[in-house]
Ligand binder design. Structure first.
Ligand SMILES: *[C@@H]1O[C@H](CO)[C@@H](O)[C@H](O)[C@H]1NC(C)=O
Ligand SMILES: *[C@@H]1O[C@H](CO)[C@@H](O)[C@H](O)[C@H]1NC(C)=O
Ligand SMILES: *[C@@H]1O[C@H](CO)[C@@H](O)[C@H](O)[C@H]1NC(C)=O
Ligand SMILES: *[C@@H]1O[C@H](CO)[C@@H](O)[C@H](O)[C@H]1NC(C)=O
Ligand SMILES: *[C@@H]1O[C@H](CO)[C@@H](O)[C@H](O)[C@H]1NC(C)=O
Ligand SMILES: *[C@@H]1O[C@H](CO)[C@@H](O)[C@H](O)[C@H]1NC(C)=O
Ligand SMILES: *[C@@H]1O[C@H](CO)[C@@H](O)[C@H](O)[C@H]1NC(C)=O
Length: 506
């Protein structure tokens, strides 16, 4: 018999030990019941008593494999069941082409969550999709893409929840999703397509509006069209100039652009200005200025209509405007591999295709094809979250305004469409802006300190976060800040810039 986990703290240690032993002895293949999910067939189930190296937490490490009969897939699910369970369940998201990471489960397990993740049926590491995208040249493995996009996320949740409740002999109190980038997109996909699977969803810097993956190649294609690949030092000089010009729009000179939407800095105004790095010096060219202007503006079609918004001024340019130079100073493009994959494997379905070779019409056709063929599978842009809302779900998104890979404005675009359908969106879904923060983390701006804890407090205590607590390190000193609920912006009001009360959301 297994004791209720929330009673464990009240019991003498001898009883506690015997309770834990009882749970641990269930950690064996053949003891745990085989779980099931409609449309899938479980193939193997392993369970091994383990200890997390970093935190010495004891847990049961469950690995299962399953297939969708007829689809020739083989999907792995990882489940971590801590001996000291907090009664909650957490789905852990992936990144890039990775559907889920066992390594990212460590913090959830350490905090007492039963944590689940999945490989989605493919190896996503190395940012290259060649091993799984095509069944043969010309033929995309749509089932593999669908597993990555949505189906495997629901499967792992259903399977993981059954095993968790069987293992502890108790119902799960609340379920949470946590992820960034691909993990953020997965959170929104679950809210859109599988409402009710999670009580709380933390969908950070989400890769929603999937056509952005096609648009990510835009700066590389523009460099090819212009016939110039600037050294990073030249590109960085333009970012520095923009930051100097727009830094104080939010009232504080702190080396970041707080109000990116109001920064109308024109790169052509710094053509001729000298730049210098250790291995390269020069003057900003009109070509580089044009490349950066078009990157910030975003991808456009032949008529100049916006296809997808660009990254904001102040964002590092090395992510999607990447270049690399040889010893003689000749530079070539260094694209972000996921966008190259998307054009080669998914849009053109030809591993040898080179997206630098698009003509103007070819670029527009490829963007259109990406939207036409893949929005229903992985677009993750459905603004109708009413079922999620009605199931009682709560969701938090925050996005770094200096995100160098997924434009901040992509989330703005999605959230505005959600607001357009439901004026009371903030009752269940809140979006916060993080000035100066790069993709998921990094950058000079203040990043959220513990957004999952704020989500748990909203779900379990009904405390909707007005702002998200965040911090940053400025010249060796810790500064605190509160991230504002979109569409408000943080404005400096005077006083010590290291304390949150010196700023207001307006
Ligand atoms: C659980 O075991 C699998 C297979 O050995 C391993 O890859 C994974 O990292 C383990 N999970 C954790 C959280 O340590
Ligand atoms: C950090 O120190 C550098 C060098 O002294 C200075 O230029 C910069 O403005 C400082 N940053 C802030 C936010 O005060
Ligand atoms: C984002 O979109 C808004 C309009 O929705 C626009 O005003 C702004 O310039 C765009 N760019 C940035 C970096 O915010
Ligand atoms: C300068 O050095 C950096 C870092 O090693 C390198 O990435 C870059 O390509 C070099 N640039 C030139 C023009 O040699
Ligand atoms: C791209 O174009 C270049 C030059 O026009 C050509 O040499 C190359 O073969 C093309 N690559 C592909 C994959 O079509
Ligand atoms: C929004 O919430 C208010 C207050 O709860 C309610 O009166 C109103 O009907 C809601 N509007 C919509 C469109 O749901
Ligand atoms: C910011 O918060 C994180 C998470 O709580 C913490 O690890 C970090 O030390 C804090 N940094 C500063 C500068 O206070």
């Amino acid at each position: 018999m297994v004791l209720k986990s929330h009673l464990l703290l009240l019991l003498p240690s001898t009883v506690l030990l015997s309770a834990i032993t009882t749970v641990a002895s269930k950690c064996a293949a053949g003891v745990l019941p085989t779980p099931s999910v409609f449309g899938a067939s479980v193939l193997t189930l392993d369970a091994v008593e383990s200890t997390l190296e970093s935190t010495s937490i004891d847990f049961c490490n469950v690995t299962l494999t399953y297939t969708h009969p007829g689809q020739s897939d083989l999907i792995k699910v990882w489940l971590g069941l801590p001996n000291a369970w907090n009664g909650r369940f957490q789905g852990v998201g992936g990144g890039g082409w990775v559907t889920g990471f066992p390594s990212e489960m460590v913090s959830a397990i350490s905090q007492g969550y039963a944590a689940v993740s999945t490989d989605g049926g493919h190896d996503g590491f190395g940012e290259i999709a060649d091993s799984w995208a095509l069944n043969s040249p010309g033929n995309v493995d749509l089932y593999a893409l669908q597993n990555f996009a949505s189906v495997a996320l629901n499967d792992m949740t259903v399977l993981g929840k059954q095993l968790t409740e069987a293992y502890y002999g108790n119902p799960i109190s609340k379920s949470y999703w946590s992820g960034c980038s691909t993990g953020g997109r997965q959170g929104l996909m679950l809210a859109q397509r599988y409402p009710g699977t999670y009580d709380g969803i933390l969908a950070q810097a989400p890769a929603v509006n999937w056509e952005f993956i096609a648009a990510m190649f835009w700066p590389q294609w523009i460099m090819q069209q212009i016939g110039y690949f600037p050294p990073q030092c030249e590109l960085d000089a333009i970012t520095t100039a923009a930051t100097i010009a727009c830094d104080e729009l939010d009232g504080l000179k702190d080396d970041i652009i707080g109000l990116t939407g109001q920064c109308d800095f024109d790169p052509s105004t710094v053509v001729g200005q000298e730049y210098a790095c250790s291995n390269v010096t020069g003057a900003i060219s009109k070509e580089a200025a044009e490349i950066v202007r078009k990157t910030w503006r975003g991808a456009t079609n032949a008529e100049g209509v916006l296809q997808f918004p660009g990254i904001a001024p102040g964002s590092p340019l090395g992510g999607i405007v990447g270049t690399t130079c040889d010893a003689s100073g000749v530079c070539t493009g260094k694209p972000f591999l996921i966008t190259t994959d998307w054009h080669r494997l998914f849009i053109q379905k030809d591993p040898n295709f080179d997206p630098y070779n698009y003509t103007r019409a070819g670029w527009d056709a490829s963007f259109h094809a990406s939207v036409q063929q893949y929005t229903s599978i992985i677009g993750t842009s459905d603004p109708d979250l009413s079922e999620f809302k009605n199931s009682g779900g709560k969701m938090i998104t925050w996005h770094g305004m200096a995100d160098q890979l997924i434009p901040f404005n992509s989330t703005v675009h999605y959230y505005n469409r959600v607001l357009g359908l439901d004026v009371n969106t903030t009752d269940f879904y809140r979006f916060y802006s993080a000035p100066g923060v790069d993709h998921c983390r990094g950058g000079l701006g203040a990043a959220p300190t513990d957004p999952l804890a704020e989500l748990v407090s909203w779900v379990e205590d009904g405390k909707a976060p007005q702002t998200l607590a965040a911090n940053r390190t400025v010249n060796g000193t810790g500064w605190k800040k509160e991230l504002c609920l979109f569409p408000l912006s943080s404005i400096y009001k005077g006083g010590d810039p290291a304390v949150a009360s010196s700023y207001l959301c307006e």
